[in-house]
Design a protein around this ligand. Structure first.
Ligand SMILES: Nc1ncnc2c1ncn2[C@@H]1O[C@H](COP(=O)(O)OP(=O)(O)OP(=O)(O)O)[C@@H](O)[C@H]1O
Ligand SMILES: [Mg+2]
Length: 296
């Protein structure tokens, strides 16, 4: 397992040595921003938030790739209402290219089920790794933003996706159990020497004050006990349109574009693009890949 990871690191290293002038960059001229969405507690709304955030960013002219990294229960496709026929591992077969494993979703967003496939990379041989790596790294040219939806809990797989990203969004609800688990995720991040900004979204709030008090609470304990400041990205209100849209398998941003939840997510997308806490030099998918291999 260790040798495989070492081989793959070397391959990623080689890929990185392509002269910068030969790399066609995305519209902003830099690497894609890789953003992992996580929570600690399950069922707090990660998948719904991530899918709708992807659409809101696409409406702001961003080229978005959405990766489902929920190893146990991948369900981005269910919420998105469109599925990918193939997974990342199909790239090992001659007849498949990146275009086959990436599905086209609404508003031009691209979607890939990558989680378990990425996990299996550790068991592949050098040629197989080379093949996948050379394809995957093209994402830096394709996308402005890569959003990764993770599974529930704070296990090593989820942590690897969190630690390897350029940026992290932690979702909680106002429930004490969700807040405690969000804090546990922050603690795990800091103990693993994470140094990117931690963005916080409070989902299912009933009032602005309720959301603000969750942010204040988490900010206070994170600053005091972890020395980590939290960047408040915003709130999403409790909204029955979210439940309806899950049932109808149409993201609420499309089914109910004027709903309170859709407006909240659009505001968060704006903050993510134009807020003060943006990373100026994202490491992109190559940097992400490189880091995740070090963590294996
Ligand atoms: N803002 C909201 N208002 C009302 N209901 C919501 C809201 N956000 C999420 N929900 C409800 O919570 C359910 C779970 O959401 P979702 O599947 O996105 O959570 P998750 O964090 O991805 O779960 P898991 O940890 O299992 O992956 C949704 O099906 C929906 O019914
Ligand atoms: Mg989910």
């Amino acid at each position: 397992m260790h040798d495989q990871a070492e081989k793959l690191r070397q391959i990623v290293q080689t890929t990185r040595e392509i002269p910068r002038s030969r790399i066609i960059k995305n519209s902003s001229g830099s690497n894609a921003r890789v953003i992992t969405v996580t929570s600690g507690k399950g069922g707090v709304g990660k998948t719904n938030f991530t899918v709708n955030l992807a659409l809101a960013l696409a409406e702001l002219d961003q080229r978005v790739l959405l990766i489902d990294a929920d190893l146990g229960m991948a369900n981005v496709d269910v919420v998105l209402g469109c599925s990918a026929k193939y997974s990342i591992l199909n790239l090992l077969e001659d007849q498949y290219t990146l275009r086959d494993v990436v599905a086209e979703g609404p508003c031009g967003i691209k979607f890939m089920t990558g989680g378990s496939g990425i996990y299996h990379l550790a068991n592949l041989n050098t040629m197989q790794l080379q093949r996948i790596t050379s394809q995957i790294t093209q994402f830096d040219n394709w996308a402005d933003i890569i959003l990764i939806d993770t599974g529930a809990g704070i296990n090593q797989n989820v942590l690897n996706f969190v630690m390897a990203a350029d940026e992290v969004i932690i979702i909680t609800t106002p429930e004490p159990t969700a807040i405690t688990d969000a804090y546990a995720m922050m603690k795990a991040y800091v103990s693993n020497k994470g140094s990117s900004p931690l963005n916080l979204v409070v989902n299912r709030v009933l009032t602005r004050d309720e959301g603000q008090s969750v942010v204040d609470k988490l900010n206070k304990v994170a600053t005091r006990f972890l020395g980590q400041t939290i960047n408040e990205l915003g709130f999403v209100y409790e909204d029955q349109n979210v439940v309806k849209s899950v049932k109808n398998q149409t993201p609420f941003l499309l089914a109910y574009p004027d709903s309170i939840s859709a407006r909240c997510v659009k505001k968060i997308a704006n903050r993510l693009l134009y807020g003060e806490n943006n990373i100026s030099h994202p490491r992109g998918i190559k940097g992400f890949f490189d880091k995740i291999l070090r963590l294996w």
